[in-house]
Design a protein around this ligand. Structure first.
Ligand SMILES: CCCCCCCCCC/C=C\CCCC(=O)SCCNC(=O)CCNC(=O)[C@H](O)C(C)(C)COP(=O)(O)OP(=O)(O)OC[C@H]1O[C@@H](n2cnc3c(N)ncnc32)[C@H](O)[C@@H]1OP(=O)(O)O
Ligand SMILES: Cc1cc2nc3c(=O)[nH]c(=O)nc-3n(C[C@H](O)[C@H](O)[C@H](O)COP(=O)(O)OP(=O)(O)OC[C@H]3O[C@@H](n4cnc5c(N)ncnc54)[C@H](O)[C@@H]3O)c2cc1C
Length: 621
């Protein structure tokens, strides 16, 4: 119950739906079959929402976790981007017009921003929306090959609406990127409307159940009322007005998804992979530890523990950080709605940084879980390939990770520059205003405070050095842009150090808040392991300025190893505590009942290659 709280009733309801749990095995389907099967489940999900009166987004999420295990359905872009953008960027009238239809799934939408030629550089997008006061329409056009919209989820076959990000032109003047609500397909025939060329972009690394698509506009007219007008308006006569608000408000949908991805993608993905690998390691027996004794569970090998327990600690850390990230998003977004925009830059920085840091760590961790399962980990029956291909997409979509770290670094450089000029930082960066201690106080007790302080020191030092290096590059004659580029590796590492510190701090605060002493002790061990592994893996960062000495590093190593034995008795319980149902894991290796071998054999017998098939038979005869 540490994790699920009020969500369980909805999950149990979803698990009762036969269509979700049973049905054909995903691994034996072609891409088209996977896509069709997902659509069937989407329709059933929509029926369930009506039947069980599921309106609240969180309630639906619990349901979705069972209906679409380890995959994104076309409902992802619809409920994760289309509806939030309508709500955040639409005027009251626009919200009244479209949101109820969208929430009842009478219209299905997506978020259409990326183009063939540009994804990262939003200011480089080329699609135009030119206002014509005579017809009171915006004319959407794709002027070049590279301006064709490319990637939006659900665009290929499913969605009949989309929010299109396009450059607004009035009277020859470019007003920059704005969001437009565009009907794409007929509500009767589902055919693309005249003036639109659209389809699916083809097979991908993962995301098989989503029809990521392309869209080319050929002078396609939409009513004036379809520009989302909460922050900027175009009047009938073509007059452009805007509130004196931050132009980056039109990037709000991206901040929202980045904030959610930490928990929904990185936290969930890694926790599932750890559940599979640790349960399987308790079932699998191999080799000899002692002569003439039964083969041990592979989880008893110290090397196996060394592979998996740090990932378990990381899974807990990312999960808690994801929950905190969501809370911060909703808190700051409420402030923004009330006109207080002061914390927007910090929200942008921390959501960009954590999205990048946690999805990269989770991808790496899921792959390590697969390796830790040996041969059976390589089989699709492990469930790990599906978890990996979907989670690793999070490193690219919603802002490529390096680019996101650089956004975070940009904020850190601004703050550090301010501190140098006497400003006091606050929130997640308040430590940049503190004096950095030059020696580490770490002792063999390894209190969580002393561990967090070590990460604080590392982050503060790396940010300071990145800033000083930037200044030196400029002082030696490079212009600001070249200096930034020549310093960008150092900047990304400073941003990672900041995110790492943030994650350790969140974990520490969760441990401190737990009242049950037994649970607290176990979580403390995990938090210590997370921090100690972070120190060891990045030991250069901690010894470079003499902060940590060799004796302390030796203590770190010793404690890390002793924690492995301390965590071992609770390891399986710690993954059971995530409370993933077998349907959500989709893994034979990670089955709750541990009945791995019998089910692997049954599963292999069902593989389509074992069915009589004329051509294969003729070729082999
Ligand atoms: C409900 C549950 C949800 C579940 C979610 C999980 C399920 C997922 C399902 C869906 C699956 C996939 C969806 C994927 C969808 C997409 O990928 S949509 C496309 C996303 N595209 C991107 O993310 C593009 C990335 N690029 C950018 O964001 C920007 O172009 C970039 C920030 C890189 C640069 O923007 P510029 O305009 O060029 O800005 P700069 O000149 O660099 O900076 C100017 C200042 O603006 C600040 N800034 C930038 N962005 C923001 C922002 N979003 N908010 C606030 N402020 C911002 C920046 O820091 C600069 O500030 P400064 O001048 O330093 O003070
Ligand atoms: C599964 C998936 C789903 C998606 N869904 C949607 C969707 O629903 N709607 C939508 O609009 N888009 C969607 N996208 C597109 C996605 O948002 C973009 O692919 C993403 O933002 C990365 O942009 P890019 O492809 O231009 O990468 P690129 O920018 O071309 O990245 C390539 C390399 O260049 C580097 N690079 C680029 N710029 C810089 C820089 N300034 N500094 C340093 N390095 C740089 C990157 O770090 C990277 O290594 C989706 C993508 C994927 C993979």
């Amino acid at each position: 119950m540490l994790f699920k709280g009020g969500g369980l009733p909805h999950e149990s309801l979803a698990l009762q739906e036969k269509l979700f749990g049973a049905g054909p095995d995903y691994n034996f389907m072609t891409r088209i079959e996977r896509f069709k099967n997902s659509l069937v489940r989407v329709q059933h999900f929509i029926r369930c929402c009506a039947r069980y009166n599921l309106h609240d987004h969180a309630d639906k999420k619990w349901f979705e976790g069972v209906a679409f295990p380890n995959e994104v359905s076309v409902l992802g872009p619809h409920s994760g981007m289309f509806i939030p953008t309508l709500k955040e960027q639409g005027s009251e009238e626009q919200i009244q017009k479209w949101v109820p239809q969208a929430e009842k799934h009478q219209i299905m939408g997506t978020y259409i921003q990326t183009e063939l030629g540009h994804g990262t550089f939003v200011r480089g997008l080329e699609t135009t929306a030119t206002y014509d006061p005579k017809t009171e329409e915006f004319i959407l056009n794709s002027p070049t090959l590279t301006s064709i919209k490319w990637w939006p989820g659900g665009l290929g076959r499913t969605c009949n609406f989309g929010i299109v990000m396009a450059l607004l032109y009035i009277d020859g003047k470019n007003y920059g990127m704005h969001p437009f609500v565009v009907q794409l397909r007929s509500l009767k025939t589902h055919e693309p409307l005249p003036g639109l060329t659209m389809g699916d972009i083809g097979p991908k690394f993962g995301f098989d159940t989503v029809d990521n698509g392309y869209l080319q506009f050929n002078h396609f007219g939409i009513p004036r009322e379809n520009m989302l007008m909460k922050y900027c308006q175009v009047l009938k006569n073509g007059t452009y007005t805007k509130q004196t608000r931050n132009p980056k408000f039109s990037y709000g949908a991206m901040i929202f998804v980045r904030s959610m991805v930490v928990y929904e993608v990185a936290g969930q993905g890694l926790a599932k992979a750890c559940t599979i690998a640790i349960r399987y390691s308790a079932i699998r027996r191999q080799s000899e530890l002692k002569k003439s004794r039964p083969e041990p569970q592979i989880l008893d090998y110290q090397t196996q523990q060394y592979k998996l327990f740090p990932l378990l600690a990381l899974a807990y850390a990312v999960w808690f950080t994801g929950v905190r990230m969501k809370e911060i998003y909703f808190m700051v977004n409420n402030e923004i709605k009330q006109g207080h925009t002061e914390r927007l830059p910090e929200l942008h920085a921390i959501s960009s940084g954590l999205k990048a840091f946690t999805t990269s760590m989770a991808s790496w961790g899921i792959e390590r879980c697969r390796l830790a399962c040996g041969g059976h980990g390589y089989s699709a029956a492990s469930g790990l390939p599906k978890i990996y291909v979907n989670a690793t997409g999070g490193c690219t979509y919603e802002g490529e990770n390096t680019v996101m770290l650089l956004q975070c670094a940009r904020f850190l450089m601004n703050i550090y520059g301010g501190v140098k000029n006497g400003r006091r930082p606050s929130g997640s960066v308040n430590y940049l205003g503190e004096r950095i201690s030059s020696r580490c106080t770490l002792t063999s007790e390894f209190t969580l405070k002393s561990l967090a302080d070590a990460f604080k020191h590392r982050a503060a030092r790396m940010i300071k050095e990145a800033s000083e290096r930037l200044n030196r590059l400029q002082a030696s004659g490079n212009d600001p842009e070249d200096s930034w580029n020549l310093n960008s590796v150092v900047l990304t590492k400073a941003a990672e150090a900041h995110c790492h510190y943030y994650m350790v701090l969140v974990f520490e605060s969760v441990v401190e808040s737990v009242e049950d002493n037994c649970v607290k002790d176990i979580l403390r061990q995990l938090c210590q392991l997370l921090a100690l592994c972070g120190i060891q893996e990045n030991s250069g960062d901690f010894i470079q300025d003499g902060f940590l000495n060799n004796d302390q590093l030796e203590l770190v190593k010793q404690k890390q190893l002793s924690l492995l034995s301390e965590i071992r008795p609770n390891a399986v319980l710690l993954v059971d505590a995530f409370e993933f149902h077998d349907v959500q894991l989709g893994s034979i290796l990670g089955r709750f009942d541990g009945n791995v071998y019998e089910n692997l054999f049954k599963w292999a017998k069902k593989t389509p290659l074992n069915k009589p098939e004329d051509l294969i038979h003729r070729l082999l005869r």
